[in-house]
Design a protein around this ligand. Structure first.
Ligand SMILES: CC(C)(COP(=O)(O)OP(=O)(O)OC[C@H]1O[C@@H](n2cnc3c(N)ncnc32)[C@H](O)[C@@H]1OP(=O)(O)O)[C@@H](O)C(=O)NCCC(=O)NCCS
Length: 263
């Protein structure tokens, strides 16, 4: 990122001060991240300097988060054709920044520092226009693209290498309490404007088409589209589930049946 930052500054010298403060003055990624997040999220309830110390404390104690940060940066650079550099993602992509803020907030939540976790979550939602409950578990290599309008509920679990577009809701149905939110497997893609509702399981490598409403489990490596979402084959899974004798488009596969239909 330092090389990219120097190149950007040589093209746009008016950004020198900003780039120096955000990236070039830091020798380690944790202080750059803590500085950038606290600058964006600080306010009268939690001033930037206090927030910086808090974030640095969490990052110093939990090196796993730093590994997650690096995987997320790589994921965005590799999967988002609009991403021109790591620096651009680090400085400007609010989905990336909100995800890293969530990692801090989730750590505080799991250490039972719920009051402060909720205050930071509220600031993240005000600043980045998305709402991730502090209790939600998010894997690494995750891309939250655009991210505006994204809502992720308390008991949602998101695996590794998942891509989620804007205006996605991983929510409850309103009919359940306790463990009530979706479980998203590794490598899943969830298209823009989709609602996945209830404690449903989206199998690894599945794709959910933009604008879908998913109310049932989706098997691994299967595409689901529509409202309510139906299972279809998709380009990478040439067996269309509706073409299997005895299996209708409305059929909900029990998890134990998945392996019979995945190639
Ligand atoms: C679903 C998606 C992932 C494609 O998955 P795929 O497994 O490659 O599926 P295919 O492209 O082979 O399409 C399979 C079928 O689903 C249909 N389909 C694709 N996306 C759909 C959607 N969002 N809603 C309804 N039907 C859709 C196709 O027309 C095709 O129908 P057909 O078999 O009757 O011709 C992709 O279309 C999609 O919706 N991606 C999300 C992208 C997004 O959110 N972009 C926002 C960027 S800002």
């Amino acid at each position: 990122m330092r090389h990219e930052a120097l190149s950007d500054v040589s093209q746009e010298p008016i950004l020198s001060n900003y780039y120096y403060t955000a990236i070039l003055s830091h020798n380690i990624i944790e202080s750059a991240l803590a500085g950038h997040l606290s600058g964006k999220l600080g306010d009268s309830s939690l001033p930037s300097a206090t927030l910086y110390e808090l974030i640095m404390d969490v990052l110093t104690q939990d090196q796993e988060i730093l590994t997650d940060v690096k995987y997320d940066l790589k994921a965005v650079k590799e999967r988002d054709p609009a991403c021109i550099s790591y620096v651009q993602c680090f400085l400007n992509f609010k989905g990336f920044l909100a995800c890293q803020a969530h990692r801090i907030v989730h750590k505080l939540w799991s250490k039972d520092r719920k009051v402060i976790a909720l205050i930071i979550q509220n600031r993240v939602s005000e600043v980045f226009a998305l709402d991730i409950h502090p209790g939600a578990k998010i894997g690494r290599g995750v891309m939250l693209d655009h991210a505006t309008g994204l809502v992720i509920g308390e008991t949602a679990v998101i695996g590794n290498n998942v891509s989620i577009l804007h205006n996605v809701t991983l929510g409850g149905t309103g009919k359940m309490s306790g463990d009530r939110h979706p479980k998203i497997g590794d490598g899943v893609l969830i298209g823009a404007g989709t609602c996945v509702l209830g404690n449903v399981r989206i199998g690894e490598g599945a794709k959910i088409g933009a604008g879908s409403v998913v109310l049932r489990d989706v098997p691994p490596r299967t595409t689901a589209v529509g409202n309510p979402a139906k299972l279809i084959g998709g380009k990478e899974n040439p067996i269309r589930l509706d073409k299997i004798p005895g299996l209708t488009m409305d059929h909900t596969l029990h998890i134990s049946e998945w392996s019979d239909y995945v190639i």
